[in-house]
Design a protein. Structure first.
Length: 387
């Protein structure tokens, strides 16, 4: 049985976390033994164990913006030293045939894999076209050492090409596999009562929940009844943003119209209870799993017209794209959902069928499996990996 060592920067259940889980399932289906290295415990751990993976919790260098500032350099050095030692030990013990590096924020793993003589695969889930090309090139550079490179969208691939063409030439786009709910509840036949709007994702400025809160205020001023649910939690260290968001809700007098649900592993009950899903990101997104999930769940979606979200939500009759950061445009789009409700309800099934064809988990797993097979063919002798 060949062994794949997966490396990932967190243990939550957001976009790239769920794609790691899908990649592990793909490997297990092909008979691989899977070992997953994580820097912390979290809900992803139980999900991975349920898929048949072995979990190793160990220090890891995870690149965050705070570490790249001068004040963060001492912590960057410490994390680099501890992460390198931990990765070296894990590779020695696991004796993998391949190392699967999930995201570019853990740059030590391709380096350690190359030094240990183990072929690696890098899966790129990040893309900021508006960021510095030099910084992007530095972030992507360690992944030149990988045997294969997967990108989660054409937008991500274009961003790589603009910063590091040599890496882009070796990359393959693999559309995220997004699982549909087993039995999605149909949308309400009639909108009796307020429009139920759901935000699903990180509570962070770049994800745009503040734009949705502002749009809810505008809707109230227009006499359009709406109730907003915010399903998610902030990154550690970003609790201040949730505090600011709650304060803005109070100041706008929206305490009865905005609910903070916190983080939940299983989101489908919340999606079933909503009328429309909103993805209001304010800056580049490499993709938008949440938008696809909303469409698969038979719900209309309003998303920002930017970057990878265009790939995720574009081309569906029940999805609307609006300028990012524009609360007025978002409020207008939600008001149109109310006005066109009968038309929306009649189109959700066709949109869901289209999304199932575009983002079938089986197709995603087949691409990942092929990348693993290619890596296995290039694998060094087992003794070298554990030397």
């Amino acid at each position: 049985m060949p062994t794949c060592l997966f490396a990932h920067p967190g243990a939550e259940l957001f976009g790239s976390d769920r794609m790691l889980l899908e990649s592990v399932v793909a490997a297990r289906e092909q008979g691989w033994r899977c070992v997953v290295a994580l820097p912390e415990h979290g809900p992803l751990v139980d999900a991975l164990r349920g898929a048949g993976a072995t979990i190793v919790i160990a220090p890891s260098l995870v690149l965050r913006k705070a570490l790249l500032r001068p004040s963060g350099w001492p912590a960057l050095v410490r994390s680099t030293l501890r992460g390198t030692a931990a990765a070296w030990r894990i590779v020695a013990r696991a004796r993998p045939d391949a190392v699967y590096v999930n995201t570019i924020t853990i740059p030590l793993w391709p380096v350690v894999a190359r030094l240990r003589g183990v072929p690696s695969i890098s899966h790129v889930h990040e893309a900021e076209a508006s960021g510095s090309r030099l910084v992007n090139a530095l972030l992507y550079a360690p992944h030149l050492l990988s045997r294969g490179v997967l990108a989660n969208s054409a937008f991500s691939l274009r961003t790589i090409a603009a910063s590091l063409p040599a890496l882009a030439r070796r990359a393959v786009v693999v559309a995220n596999g997004v699982a549909a709910p087993a039995d999605p509840a149909p949308p309400r036949a009639r909108l009796d009562g307020p429009l139920r709007v759901l935000y699903l994702g990180r509570l962070s400025p770049r994800k745009g929940p503040q734009v949705l809160v502002a749009a809810a205020r505008l809707l109230r001023e227009r006499g359009v009844a709406a109730h907003v649910g915010l399903l998610g939690s902030p990154f550690a260290g970003y609790e201040w943003f949730e505090d600011e968001l709650r304060a803005s809700v109070r100041e706008a007098g929206l305490g009865d119209a905005v609910a903070f649900h916190g983080f939940h592993d299983d989101v489908w009950a919340f999606v079933d209870a909503c009328d429309v899903l909103v993805v209001p990101s304010t800056i580049d997104e490499p993709f938008g799993n949440t938008a696809v999930e909303g469409i698969l769940a038979l719900r209309p979606v309003v998303a920002s017209d930017t970057s990878g979200l265009r790939e995720a939500a574009g081309g569906y009759p029940t999805a609307t794209l609006v300028p990012p950061g524009d609360a007025t445009a978002l409020a207008d789009a939600l008001a149109r959902v109310v006005e066109r409700w009968d038309e929306v309800v009649s189109g959700v099934a066709a949109s869901a069928a289209q999304a199932q064809r575009r983002h079938a988990p089986a197709a995603y797993r087949a691409t990942v499996s092929e990348a693993l097979r290619a890596a296995a063919q290039a694998a060094a002798p087992r003794g070298r990996a554990g030397a």
